[in-house]
Write a protein that binds this ligand. Structure first.
Ligand SMILES: [Mg+2]
Length: 406
């Protein structure tokens, strides 16, 4: 039996973080080590808050530090990943950030097992041959329609069969401003590339504003509209979706789900056509797999949510590796250097415009230690002068870990 020896978190950041809807500006990287093997994961998370969730002293029995449920646990099979995940859920139930921290750990444990048994993670999940995916280039609207048009032209020229634009005030100002952005996107893409739109929760509490956009979404042949509302607005989703589907526009959502029950409930009660799950937020790869299986059985399309690194991309592709050939997947096209350079290799778009999930052991991508060193933010958390956390050395288990473990 192999025991988990260490869980190390690394906070990386661009020198400046801008107030824009771009989650690739910083990274919370996770390394787990067990019996001489190691694995890597990434949390879709506010890094410092998630580090606190790892080591914050117990507040009560359902509010324990995540680390206590992971360190020293047996890790020999994917069932152990599921068992450890359930233990963190129970012991840190009332510590809301725990889902994000757990996600990166779950991903790293899957990577570790894959490297140890020399199989890709999807094989650990029961999928022998991964299907290729059709990547949609995922980016933000331009600041102006001209910028959007130019970016659409560029991405179509790169061979993408589908492109998603989002955020940057879309849905928040006038209907005519949104029409201008949609027209520019469609013009730049041409008639044959699928256009997808991420509303970025622009219509929270304003379902009338969402409904008012449906004719324009239809006119510019938007394949799906994503996140018109926050995840929990099931009724608004349901009513909007009914109207949108009548004109051939599908509804996507789910990236905000941080546990399986919420994702399953949202899927059915919000009536999602596309279920978008981020393995770095929902609790990890095994949790995302549960949602993917349920979506498939209900005839809904499962998608990854990924806007950051190719480590996160590989992790979020594994849960639906076995779903139908050439189905869509989200593919980040403009990540910041801290995210793009996080791995030494990348998951390319091939000459046919398809993405192939790595078949190398684990997640099939390896963190770039030079990038980590370049963007690493040294963190120290102490209470009453007792150090609870200090950024671990990249290669040596730090004394602080022993202290936390004790
Ligand atoms: Mg989104």
């Amino acid at each position: 039996m192999t025991k988990i020896d260490s869980v190390d978190l690394y906070y990386l950041s661009m020198p400046t973080v801008e107030n824009v809807a771009d989650g690739s500006q910083d990274v919370l990287l996770v390394r787990v080590r067990a019996g001489g093997w190691e694995g890597w994961g990434e949390c879709e998370a506010s890094p410092l808050v998630s580090i606190a969730s790892l080591i914050a002293p117990m507040s009560h029995s359902a509010c324990q530090p995540v680390l206590g449920s992971v360190l020293g646990q047996t890790i020999d099979s994917i069932d152990d990943v599921r068992r450890i995940t359930a233990l963190v859920r129970a012991n840190s139930f009332d510590q809301l950030q725990a889902a994000h921290t757990l996600s990166g750990i779950n991903i790293a444990l899957c990577d570790l097992l894959g490297r140890r048994y020399e199989v890709p993670v999807h094989e650990l999940l029961g999928v022998r041959a991964a299907s290729p995916k059709t990547p949609y280039a995922s980016t933000l609207f331009g600041a102006t329609p001209d910028e959007t048009r130019a970016e659409a032209t560029r991405l179509a020229g790169m061979g993408f069969r589908a492109v998603k634009f989002g955020w940057m005030g879309f849905g928040e100002s006038s209907l005519s401003a949104d029409v201008d952005q949609l027209a520019a996107a469609r013009e730049g893409l041409g008639p044959d590339v699928d256009l997808l739109v991420d509303a970025g929760m622009a219509w929270v509490g304003r379902p009338d504003q969402a409904r008012a956009r449906i004719p324009a979404l239809h006119d510019f042949r938007v394949r799906f509209i994503e996140e018109p509302f926050v995840a929990e607005e099931f009724d608004a989703y349901g009513e909007f979706g009914t109207a949108a589907r009548q004109v051939g526009v599908a509804v996507a959502g789910g990236e905000g789900c941080h546990n399986v029950p919420l994702a399953l409930t949202m899927m059915t009660h919000a009536g999602l056509d596309y279920v978008q799950i981020d393995a770095g937020r929902i609790g990890g790869i095994t949790e995302a797999k549960d949602v993917a299986d349920a979506a498939l059985s209900q005839g809904r399309t499962f998608l990854n949510h990924t806007f950051t690194s190719h480590l996160a991309l590989s992790a979020s592709l594994q849960p639906f590796a076995g779903h139908g050939a050439e189905g869509l997947c989200e593919y980040p096209v403009n990540p910041r250097p801290v995210s793009y350079d996080l791995t030494t290799t990348h998951i390319p778009v091939d000459g046919d415009g398809l993405v192939r999930i790595p078949d190398a052991p684990g997640l099939g991508v390896t963190p770039n230690r030079r990038t980590i060193a370049t963007y690493l933010q040294q963190v120290e958390i102490s209470v009453q002068k007792r150090i609870l956390y200090r950024t671990p050395d990249l290669d040596v288990v730090s004394p602080a870990d022993e202290e936390i473990a004790a």
